[in-house]
Design a protein. Structure first.
Length: 127
């Protein structure tokens, strides 16, 4: 998978969770979903400061989704950051073979409080 994010007004897209993030996207036929993405080099915390730092190296949320042929729209019911529950999460969808690309338009950031971001996530189907 890859996850690139651009802070609006601050330059080009970056691999904010490193070049090799770990992630899972689960979409069920009942229209529920869960996503977890983290930096690929996380280590167990040994201090409160370490534990706090881990929070900034991940994204996770769940909810109900709909798909209109172009957009995956999730109404978030649980998240690691409450900013995701503020409004429906919209992702533009592109499917090519076993690769799913989700493009996130400009929205408030869970990783960078007070800033707006746009992102592109590329998922590869696991069999």
């Amino acid at each position: 998978m890859s996850f690139q994010m651009q802070v609006v007004g601050e330059g080009a897209k970056k691999d904010v969770l490193g070049a090799r993030p770990f992630g899972r996207l689960i979409l069920t036929p009942e229209h529920t979903m869960a996503v977890y993405i983290s930096s690929g080099n996380r280590k167990p915390p040994t201090t409160d400061s370490d534990r706090s730092a881990l929070f900034s190296t991940m994204i996770a949320y769940t909810g109900r989704y709909s798909f209109d042929g172009e957009r995956l729209i999730t109404t978030v019911d649980g998240a690691w950051s409450e900013v995701f529950k503020a409004k429906p999460q919209v992702r533009f969808v592109s499917l090519r073979g076993e690769e799913l690309t989700l493009s996130q338009p400009d929205q408030p950031s869970g990783l960078f409080p007070g800033k707006r971001v746009a992102a592109v996530l590329v998922w590869e189907r696991e069999r």
